[in-house]
Design a protein around this ligand. Sequence first.
Ligand code: SF4
Ligand code: SF4
Length: 314
Amino acid sequence: MNSSPSPCHSGVLRGLASGLGISAIGTARIEPVEDAVVDSYRRWIGIGHHGDMSYLDRYHDIRHNPELLLPGARTIIVAAFNYYPSRIQRADAPQFAYYAYGRDYHEVVRDRLRRLSAEIESRWGGESRVCVDTAPLFERYWAVKAGIGIIGLNSQLIIPGKGSYFFLGEILTTLTFDHDSPIGGDCGRCGRCISRCPAGAISSDGSVNASKCLSYLTIEYRGDLPEGSNLGNHVYGCDECQKACPHNRNAKPTDIDEFTPSDEFLQLDIETLRNLDRDRFNALFRHSAVKRAKLEGLLRNARSLSSADDFVTL
Ligand code: SF4
Ligand code: SF4
């Protein structure tokens, strides 16, 4: 066992990752998050753009210093998993965000990263911790640090040549790898995501007012929708700012089977969704990210949509 692997180990890491369906992987040195990023996040919270997601206003000490998640952690490994679907819903169906088409990414990404983490520990030792939305991490910040991509004006992580339909997961490790460098540059700032956003949630400085975003309203927000909310045809999440982005023009369908939607899912129509009962909801979404909205939230959304004939085609 060697707690200070030589630089060549990052190449080995990429080899290990390719067998796990990982589309991009990189490593960054763990150190406190840059002050400018911390300040910007504090301002965003301060003006209430996180809506009711109070968990985003907790654990700031950990968010600003991931070493608190794993004492002695030296490296954060960031991995990206493609979820762009090969088949999509009909345009006249209530739309689910692509990321929710298949099996819950928390399960799929966690299982694969645990396998990678076990491989790393057996080869080089050290201690590690897998995070898949399970810890307060600025994951896109770390993905940039690890040289995987850039952050677009729509706040999504964009992988050059591949687009933004990717889940991110992280492994913190006490091992020291050779670290990757940020790619640099910006997304091109074409502004299409801003014009396309049905909620007017994206600012020209690249900040997103989550409290207006349809992803937040349809998934995270509990209770009656705020007065004047217009979900269009979005029943769970929203991909409009990604669909508008030219970086996604050449997105390739995922080859991760678990993210492939079932026929039953693709056939869901507005009447079926409006009349879901708990048994059907559980059968359909037990292993799906959609369960986060709960039956009550999905029914609320489905019943807020106008009839399919009136759906806004965006
Ligand atoms: S997810 Fe939809 S509502 Fe949210 S910022 Fe993107 S386009 Fe706007
Ligand atoms: S749509 Fe244009 S401005 Fe928005 S993230 Fe993509 S490239 Fe950047």
